[in-house]
Design a protein. Structure first.
Length: 446
């Protein structure tokens, strides 16, 4: 009987599923990046290339054989196994690959940083998050304060026409992205004697993967969604550097899982946490509110507001103290400086969209000049918001919420003053999620 079953398995046509194909291509991209990332040995080069270099270890010694085994395991599980065997084969291959290509390089980068200098092997955004928390614990307002006497000042900053890192004078992140690191900073500092913000980001990454794999949110597409999140070639290297997109990803994924399980108030709290962490989450709110409003379609006005109470309380507790502490500094750092420009200093234009062409063709002479990017975002973004909300009203589904959010991000980011490579990876992740999500309409709209 066992021999017969084995023959049946081998006789199956070797056709990869969509997640099998995605794993194959992402595995190849990840291995290629590791192979091209430079030397593993630390040196005195004060550059982010140091952070990327830790991935070189993945292409040396016995590692290529291990990665090949994991690839083979996933393909075998995908084609020739079924049931629990396929499930566990894929999960083992996925977790092992994520550990090897993402978690291991991040940990190595943290250790190298600890053994060398606090401005090496990390992105300046990661350093600033750490320093903002330290300023706050010392009783200083992280907004409007000068970061020139922190390790950020030693971090290698390269930008045409700009000699000093402008981030030294502006904290562009909303408060929660650094506030919620404080308990972890105190814990790890006490436990290890040192702290790196990527320890928090690793916990959020693992949490995000668990939410996707263990919930029903993506259904049969859970493996594709996991690959798209954790092995995205436009996410992994920037995560290893210490960029903080995983914070918003975690909170919004948590919100979607909670919504899917009809825990609406808690979902609102998760969305509020994302909004209080980074500006990219702000554009999720209108579609989230529309979905929740439809869920309470036949209830009274108070019932419509109830799901948002926890969210409102969190936002008030996080935002108001810093707004009152120094209103001008807070608004300048969070909105004016990274937005259209026009403040005392302007964020250098770094864009894969409109900003690139403005500088390339000389419409904007210097990348620090003011330009009304916000007007273009309003001109194209507001009509798109209106259209997508109208479409969503007719078809309330989580997939529609996510896809609408992603489409608005395309427009906002294209016309934004800043549209970096990691932003593109974030955008691609949400576009993919929109396609992979199960179609589940709001019960009140069915």
């Amino acid at each position: 009987m066992l021999r017969s079953k084995f023959r049946t398995i081998l006789s199956r046509q070797a056709v990869l599923s969509p997640d099998g194909l995605l794993f194959l291509f992402v595995w190849a991209a990840s291995f290629g990046y590791a192979n091209q990332s430079g030397l593993i040995a630390p040196n005195n080069q004060n550059d982010l290339a140091l952070t990327g270099s830790v991935s070189r270890a993945l292409a040396l010694g016995p590692f290529p054989v291990l990665w090949g085994v994991l690839l083979a395991l996933y393909i075998i599980a995908d084609i020739w196994l079924d049931g629990r065997g396929q499930k566990w084969g894929k999960k083992i291959a996925l977790w092992s690959t994520i550990s090897g290509f993402v978690i291991l390089p991040a940990m190595v980068a943290m250790i190298y940083r600890h053994d060398s200098a606090p401005h090496l092997y990390i992105h300046d955004g990661g350093i600033q998050i750490e320093q903002a928390a330290r300023f706050f614990l010392q009783g200083q307002n992280p907004y409007g304060v000068d970061y020139s006497n922190t390790p950020m000042a030693q971090w290698a900053y390269y930008d045409a026409g700009v000699t000093v890192n402008p981030a030294l004078f502006h904290l562009t992140y909303p408060p929660l992205v650094w506030l919620d690191t404080i308990p972890f900073a105190l814990f790890f500092q006490s436990l290890l004697g040192w702290y790196d913000v990527r320890l928090v980001y690793l916990l959020l990454l693992v949490g995000s993967v668990l939410l996707i794999l263990q919930s029903r949110l993506f259904g049969k597409n859970r493996y594709s969604a996991t690959i798209l999140l954790a092995l995205n070639p436009l996410f992994v290297p920037f995560f290893v550097e210490g960029r903080n997109d995983i914070v918003v990803l975690f909170w919004l994924i948590a919100a979607l899982v909670l919504l899917d399980n009809e825990h609406i108030s808690w979902a609102g709290l998760a969305v509020a946490a994302a909004v209080a962490s980074k500006q990219t989450a702000w554009f999720f709110v209108p579609f989230f509110v529309s979905y929740i409003w439809a869920c309470n379609k036949n209830r009274g006005f108070i019932a419509h507001l109830k799901p948002f109470l926890l969210a409102l309380v969190l936002l008030l507790l996080v935002i108001i103290p810093f707004f009152v502490w120094d209103t001008h500094a807070f608004l300048d750092d969070i909105i004016i400086y990274p937005g259209a420009g026009g403040g005392v200093t302007n964020y250098p234009i770094k864009s894969l969209g409109l900003g690139f062409w403005l500088v390339e063709f000389g419409v904007v002479e210097h990348n620090t000049d003011a330009f009304p990017f916000a007007w273009f975002e309003l001109l194209f973004g507001v009509p798109l918001f209106g259209l997508l909300l109208w479409v969503q009203k007719k078809q309330q589904a989580l997939s529609r919420v996510v896809m609408n959010y992603a489409l608005v991000l395309v427009v906002i980011m294209f016309f934004s003053r800043v549209f970096n490579d990691n932003h593109l990876g974030y955008l691609i992740t949400w576009l993919g999620f929109g396609f992979l999500l199960n179609e589940r309409r709001s019960k009140k709209n069915e």
